[in-house]
Design a protein around this ligand. Sequence first.
Ligand code: NAD
Length: 498
Amino acid sequence: MKTIGHYVDGAHVKASGDRTHDIYNPNTGEVRRKVALGTAGDLDAAVASAVKAQRIWAQTNPQRRARVLFAYKALVEQHTDALAHLLSEEHGKVVADSRGDVMRGIDVIEFACGVPHAQKGEHTYGAGPEIDVYSMRKPLGVVAGITPFNFPAMIPMWMFGMSIATGNACVLKPSEKDPSVPMRLAELFVEAGGPAGLLNVVNGDKEMVDAILAHPDIKAVSFVGSSDIAQYVYAGATATGKRAQCMGGAKNHGIIMPDANMEQAAKDILGAAYGSAGERCMALPVVVPVGEGTAERFLDAFMPKLEALRVGTSTDPDADYGPVVTQAHKESIERQIAKAEAEGATLLVDGRGFELQGHEGGFFVGPTLIDDVTTDMETYRDEIFGPVLQIVRARDFEEALRLPSDHQYGNGVCIFTANGRVAREFADRVEVGMVGINVPIPVPVSYHSFGGWKRSAFGDANQYGMEGLRFYTKVKTVTQRWPEGETEDSAFIIPHFG
Ligand code: NAD
């Protein structure tokens, strides 16, 4: 059986240790291949190669850097289908979703192609007598990206797209659950003319993450994953003086105001709750009908759609969603459903024990709908990350506003309403980082930036867009004067403004 190693300096290399992790076919439950769990020594080799490549890359003018990214974008586009199939094979999301995963990553590479303009500094002519001031955005050096299993194409591209464009080298540590697509993306970078060593991939688990946090030549860490690990990585990275942006978990709410277009809201919520088996940090796992009778009207519109939902294999073109990523994750989702029931919520549709004929070993969870969930329940506070939708009823707008605002997570939220004033006030006051108004999954486009609040993100800078550019660069500001010949006050180096 094949064991995936690392990708360093433009070549596949074996890991030094012998620990491995199984990668499954989630449709059947079989182990498909293995991935090496690397060591600090493996990381040293990857970082040494990245340091060398970065020195030359940082001297390469921005337009030339952008040309490499243009070529890369075109090559990834050509390979979108193959990447999407490889992604579905290890992750379990249906191919159409996998294609979206790749395409949202390409969007960020496309934004990164504009780096000559975006990375321009600022200039003030005549800030004082014959004094000019200019600032530049310098790359940090070698940076690391640590990514989750659920977007194995898009999230690595957020990180290496922006960091490499700005003159850094990137060492990527993908999820051990589905590393094949990140590995392929790194190969394609070299095929597109990217210098070897600029994008290295090291595989591993906690041991590798700890080595990244401790490595003196890694200047910044970008992390996306669950909140406890995000907080751990943030603390570890900043303790060793690195920059860190660490995105965590989520529990996004969909508020349904009584005046919402109920058919549209029900359709949107169905896709946002169950799409990709709910394994999205911008999924909508909580719906909040507001006011008397709204929950009933929502259920009338929603139930027929839920009954028509089709669970299938990741390669079934008619399936709405496929299996979840591992047996362990399936069991964790089923435990959460049991907990909700034990806490007194009403199970309207129970997806436990779902079996797909001919794929009995697959990691499938049926769509689940839970009513009468209240804020004191653990099942409400926890992230489930599966095809499970909870209904929490709210009396009025103020209560609906408080729910996502008081929740430990603050990634995304959506309000469904026909009233612009209500929507505007909600968007202004809600304590959440990304807000949708009649848009169920408000993932910002690549030229804005992505980031939640509260326990959904640790650190200051968002991912991609200008926030991403700022994260991967440090500002140097030069104040200059060119006195004519030798003057008496040429030693007076603190300029006088004003
Ligand atoms: P995870 O936290 O288990 O893993 C993320 C990364 O951390 C992986 O690379 C993994 O190898 C590493 N890791 C795991 N355990 C570790 C440990 N003990 N110490 C150090 N590193 C460790 O997350 P996951 O299950 O791969 O992904 C799902 C989670 O990611 C969900 O919570 C989801 O909400 C979140 N997510 C958040 C965003 C966002 O932008 N906010 C986006 C996607 C996913």
